[in-house]
Design a protein. Structure first.
Length: 392
């Protein structure tokens, strides 16, 4: 058995070095080497079965197995074994694309992907005016093949990497909608910061559509509010919004909510995380929020906060019910793990995972904007009546 003390004594005996003749530098060097060797021996002795199995396969496999491929397969298997539906592993190249998507930058066709409860990769969001939108791809379409390669059992990271490509090149997709398959060829493009679309839909009402909770949405919404007259109302459209950054839920909610909780969750073994507004003078215009069955995650949390604190009328249909918080962890090689660390709670304490947000008004999607304008007219009239009464 390796012993650092015996090794040091043997070195002293071999070179006839008296302990009294050691310089401080020599002693330091020998100690460093001693413990380095001991650490390596200890690591070898305690190598995990996974590391050992990969090493044996690489040593014996006649077909020339690749270490990186084996390690990635092992990580994917670990995530699958946890039962975490939303867990993902992004190798270094794909991790860069993942972060770009969260920042609102798309190099590809302009879609967000997720795995549904059946493990099938589906479209969770389509960016407005993107190549995918122009090609007719819709939210909840299942992704069967990319360039003839089946996506059955593939990870989200694999699909994202396959969709990526230089602007101007084409990608062939086979998708499924309502149990019917269809084929489409999409020309890739570079799209930047297009997750917020705003316009004036009536003289004093502003419509704001947010297609994903990416890093720039709060500043883009602020720009829209400065540009358009919204004194009689705001229609915030979160339909088909798959979520994104929970920090954007906090900052965006803070534009419309005064001081108080916006969303909270409880990480394992840690204190509760409470994301709150500190805004003493938020926007006060009447507000409606549109949601549908594809409104998910951080977007649901925003709708729940506005509903719980009686700031907006929520309209549409029951939301998706993806109320879990994912944390992105960077590994030593630049790859990233996305794992679930908690469940969102609205300000009143509601857990929305697998439940969703129930609208205050259940409205067919084709009529939501018209109904929203009617609701805003009523809210604006109430505000005027309240102001007149207080003035008296």
């Amino acid at each position: 058995m390796f012993s650092p003390r015996n090794w040091l004594n043997s070195v002293s005996a071999r070179f006839n070095i008296s302990k009294f003749n050691f310089s401080a530098a020599a002693v330091t060097f020998l100690l460093i080497v001693t413990f380095a060797v001991g650490d390596q021996v200890g690591q070898a002795r305690h190598k995990s079965p996974v590391d050992e199995a990969i090493a044996k396969v690489l040593q014996k496999d006649a077909r020339g197995a690749n270490r990186t491929v084996l390690q990635r397969a092992a990580i994917d298997a670990v995530l699958k074994a946890t039962g975490d539906q939303w867990a993902n592993y992004f190798p270094p190249a794909t991790a860069k694309v993942f972060i770009q998507n969260l920042q609102g930058r798309y190099s590809g066709i302009g879609i967000w992907l997720r795995k549904n409860s059946s493990g099938v990769i589906e479209v969770s969001s389509v960016q407005p005016n993107s190549p995918a939108a122009l090609g007719g791809i819709k939210v909840l379409d299942s992704l069967n093949e990319i360039n003839g390669v089946s996506m059955d059992g593939a990870s989200v990271a694999t699909a994202v990497a396959a969709l990526r490509g230089n602007a101007g090149t084409s990608v062939s997709l086979q998708l499924q909608r309502n149990q019917k398959s269809y084929q489409v060829s999409i020309k890739r493009a570079s799209v930047l910061n297009g997750d917020v679309v705003a316009n004036q839909i009536s003289p004093k009402v502003t419509y704001i559509q947010i297609s994903a909770m990416s890093s720039n949405v709060t500043s883009d919404v602020q720009t829209a509010l400065k540009k358009y007259n919204h004194s009689q109302g705001i229609v915030l459209d979160l339909r088909d919004n798959p979520g994104g950054l929970i920090t954007q839920t906090q900052s965006l909610g803070s534009l419309f909510l005064s001081q108080g909780t916006i969303v909270s969750y409880s990480p394992k073994g840690e204190s509760d995380v409470v994301l709150a507004s500190n805004n003493s003078s938020p926007e006060i215009a009447p507000m409606t929020v549109l949601i549908n069955r594809s409104t998910a995650s951080a977007a649901e949390a925003l709708a729940g906060a506005l509903q719980d604190r009686n700031r907006a009328v929520i309209m549409g249909e029951q939301s998706y019910g993806k109320g879990t918080v994912q944390e992105v962890i960077t590994l030593s090689d630049g790859s990233k793990l996305e794992i679930t660390v908690g469940k969102y709670r609205t300000p009143s304490g509601r857990v929305i995972d697998q439940v969703g947000i129930s609208p205050d008004l259940l409205v067919p999607e084709t009529n939501e904007i018209q109904k929203a304008l009617l609701v805003l007219q009523g809210l604006s009239a109430l505000d005027k009546g309240a102001s007149s009464s207080s003035a008296k």
